[in-house]
Write a protein that binds this ligand. Sequence first.
Ligand code: SF4
Length: 56
Amino acid sequence: MLVGGKNECIACTIDNCTYHAKSEDYCTLEKIQVGTHEQNPTKKECTDCESFKNQA
Ligand code: SF4
């Protein structure tokens, strides 16, 4: 649920993403997709926010 333009359920520090709340470390989307670029993910480095969009 969005509160004051941010989703308090999704904390995020990637502030060069279009969807980052900027003033606070939260995402502004209602939901995000998490996925992987690996065949067999074994570490957190293997996971990706697939909703990420580079800030233009
Ligand atoms: S879309 Fe992903 S990377 Fe972008 S602010 Fe939301 S959680 Fe962070």
